[in-house]
Design a protein. Sequence first.
Length: 300
Amino acid sequence: MSEIETLIAPELPASPADGSARSPSLPDASAAPALSPRVHAASVHGRSIVVRSAAAIAHEAVTGFRQPAGLVRFVKSLIKFPVEYRAARAHQAIPVASFLEVFPETASLTLTAPPSSLGRHGWNVKLHEEMLLGAAVAAIQARQIFEIGTFDGGTTRRLAESAPDDATVYTMDLPEDAFDASQSPTAFNGSRVGEKYRASAAASKVRQIRHDAATFDFGPYRGRMDFVFVDAAHDHPHGLCDSKNALTLVRPGGVVVWHDFEPYWSGLVHAVCEATTGLPLRRLGGTSMAAVRMPPVGLP
Ligand SMILES: C[S@@+](CC[C@H](N)C(=O)[O-])C[C@H]1O[C@@H](n2cnc3c(N)ncnc32)[C@H](O)[C@@H]1O
């Protein structure tokens, strides 16, 4: 989950040529006048993918293959390609909506980046994503918030600072002895979980839970949350478990947001799509986030 791994995520392949979009509101690639969907996809994306792939192979041949590690990396990425390709198709089938379309209440808000947000870690959401999360919480006046995946507490702090004074932010991360520090690019370890929100004035709004989300009893929190943010383990089994739990935590009319909804995290993409079948899942344009605004009570 390092920043480097995120940066080498491949370019997305073409939209599904079979038109298998989840929603009629998706931009329809097949609507282009004189071209069949297949020809359209090939002419717009196909050649550039071939050229880019050839360039990448040539580059690896000149540089990477000189060391065994380079060859191993290359073979691994070749093996992973079909998996990411399938995830890219699932990902592209989800309609894109602008942040304002999903959160029309944000129209009158100003996005801010306090100095405390400028120190960032590779595992943190991007700065603009953090700002948008805060804007969403402020816009809908979320008072009951649940976050799965605290890490250093960067997003927790933003959620807490953006919520009304009487709000509560529950945030969960693994117990200290179960925290996986091995992937962290800095000396971060389990004892530092939540350090950013703990240093802020909004700390009094936060309730830290140290537990494995896969085995936690969410019972007392179910159906009460105005806003749920999911950014924990990114593999399929955990992503599915977290997503299903998130959807039971949120109240009717509330919001669930997922981070890292992008093809590189193929298991997570499939998990979120699976868990939200029949719900209005949207990719938030210009971010790696996806969101569902739950229908209010009484609506399908
Ligand atoms: C990407 S980080 C969260 C970053 C945070 N949202 C931010 O931007 O400031 C993911 C966190 O999820 C935690 N996590 C992973 N698996 C988990 C699990 N099964 N239960 C609870 N937390 C988990 C990790 O320990 C890690 O701290």
